[in-house]
Design a protein around this ligand. Sequence first.
Ligand SMILES: [Zn+2]
Length: 243
Amino acid sequence: MNIKMLSTGLLMLSTAAVAGSGHEWGYSGSTGPENWAQLSGDYAACGGVNQSPVNLTGFLEAELAPINFQYQKGAYEILNNGHTVQVNYKPGSFMEIEGQRFELKQFHFHAPSENHINGESYPLEAHLVHADKAGHLAVVAVMFTEGSDNEGIVKAWQQLPETKGQKNTLTHPISVNELLPKERAYYRFNGSLTTPPCSEGVRWYVIKQPMQASMPQIKAFADALGHPNNRPVQPLNARQVLQ
Ligand SMILES: [Zn+2]
């Protein structure tokens, strides 16, 4: 996957459904995940061998450097694109890993989780989508178990867009730090966008320590979409998951 295509992937990830561009796709029926690769030539990567999400298992021990998270209170708008609820982020927040800087563009949610860990699904998963200057993508994933309210989600859901196409400007800035646990050890693998165009070459960092969200918070998200938004797990094939 070249750089230009990855940039296009990010653009589509953030704007496609709202702008109405690209072929319609969904999570069930004739436009469901098993048919994505056939819906459009632009979605051919959905049939690739390095796809996300995956069941993270069979870990390979590695010396993984800590991620340096430098996040500001940069969330400024929240939108419902029919596929997820997404919070867009102002420039200036980033993570650094292996000497590379990836700027946080947006975060969004999936219920139930897309990735599984040792075969276990979670009721909610957050994806923090980053890009470097060349357009290479890096996604930090955070799992949520059912428990107490997450304070970041409390703030975001105060302005939850409850219908497809709705976008609200956040009146109180939110920091994505509120979605992250203190302990930030992670699993690492290479994968793809989990939605069409399913572009590969995406670096995935799945935080080991889950967070908590309350059942009403998870239900509010599911109700805003009206359907589950998890692509089924894809085969690891030749890939290994590092820890
Ligand atoms: Zn996602």
